[in-house]
Ligand binder design. Structure first.
Ligand SMILES: Nc1nc2c(ncn2[C@@H]2O[C@H](COP(=O)(O)OP(=O)(O)OP(=O)(O)O)[C@@H](O)[C@H]2O)c(=O)[nH]1
Length: 305
């Protein structure tokens, strides 16, 4: 019989406990567990940015706690279901862990292979059923880009990661505001305005790298989270974004618009140590760019096809 395969992430600072849990998992003849063990807070914070089938999280992680980790991640950012498996059993921790987004809470002293297996199945099923709810909570309904809330959570978490774990800080925030967008609504109608927002959002999404995140953070405003890029790389990306945004947009009835955007960039930590400061600074840079783009969008003749 084919075995189901599951990728399990065990976050535990005790090697003995992690081994004990692994042995329990291996007792299930129907499931092949690919086990990955992470034993400290900073590696765990980084690992929680990429998918897993199930995460078994300990509360004590050296100086920090599993709860700290969950609080920096927030529900919409968790890439998989988490079960807290810990020796420190208390009603307060049980409730706090649930509040912080875990699917279950298992005291280590009560663990059995059967209990662990059932808890994992329940957690995976629940997480998969909540997928649509998480998508709605994290996305903008018009453009399907991420929304402002998700963007802030993501940036807060990245900054926390930099500050607590001292990781390389090559992070930029790009702020994009469409020029004279109101006049598109006024001249061509709100529906045309919606179409322009969707097309621009899709163009930007197609341009950015897999580790960058695009969000619509206001009516005609977008932001991009860009990790691991030098100042020069970000400048080159901004030029590419300007060009892709300015390609003619077909709004129907033989009409095409050329839309431009004003763009500002801020870099962590020189131009801000918090997401609010970074966005504020990128917004200020965007406004100085805006001064050059005051002409209204001009219609161009539709092409023959
Ligand atoms: N079609 C459409 N319009 C929107 C949406 N959200 C906000 N808006 C409109 O976007 C317009 C933004 O106007 P402004 O903030 O004045 O921006 P602008 O006209 O681009 O002016 P500048 O930024 O100075 O170039 C407002 O008229 C809003 O009503 C939306 O989801 N769809």
């Amino acid at each position: 019989m084919d075995q189901t395969s599951r990728n399990v992430l065990i976050i535990d600072d005790s090697y003995e406990d992690a081994t004990l849990i692994s042995r329990m998992l291996e007792k299930n003849p129907n499931v092949r567990y690919e086990i990955e063990i992470v034993n400290n807070y900073c590696d765990a914070a980084l690992r929680l940015t990429t998918p897993f089938d199930i995460c078994l999280l300990d509360q004590n992680l050296g100086g920090a706690t599993g709860l700290d980790l969950l609080r920096t991640v927030e529900g919409t950012l968790l890439p998989g279901p988490v079960i807290m498996v810990t020796g420190s059993s208390s009603q307060w921790l049980d409730e706090s862990a649930l509040e912080a987004g875990v699917c279950d809470y298992l005291p280590k002293q009560e663990l059995t292979p059967a209990l662990l297996d059932r808890s994992i199945r329940y957690a995976m099923t629940k997480f998969s059923k909540d997928k649509e709810l998480r998508r709605i909570a994290s996305h903008d309904s018009l453009t399907d880009a991420f929304n402002r809330r998700y963007f802030s959570e993501l940036c807060d978490r990245a900054l926390d990661d930099f500050n607590v774990c001292g990781r390389v800080d090559n992070l930029s925030i790009v702020y994009i505001d469409i020029d004279n967008f109101k006049s598109i609504n006024d001249t061509h109608g709100h529906q045309a305005g919606d179409l322009v927002l969707c097309i621009i959002s899709k163009r930007i999404a197609n341009r950015i790298r897999a580790n960058e995140v695009l969000a619509r953070i206001g009516g005609d405003e977008f932001a991009i989270y860009i990790p691991d890029s030098s100042k020069e790389q970000v400048e080159a990306e901004v030029t590419r974004l300007r060009n892709t945004i300015a390609e003619p947009i077909d709004i129907g009835d033989g009409k095409k618009l050329i839309v431009e955007a004003s763009i500002g960039v801020s870099r962590y930590p020189d131009q801000g140590k918090s997401i609010e400061d970074l966005l504020k600074q990128a917004d200020a840079e965007m406004y100085s760019d805006k001064e050059d783009h005051r002409a209204p969008p001009h219609p161009v003749r539709a092409s023959a096809h």
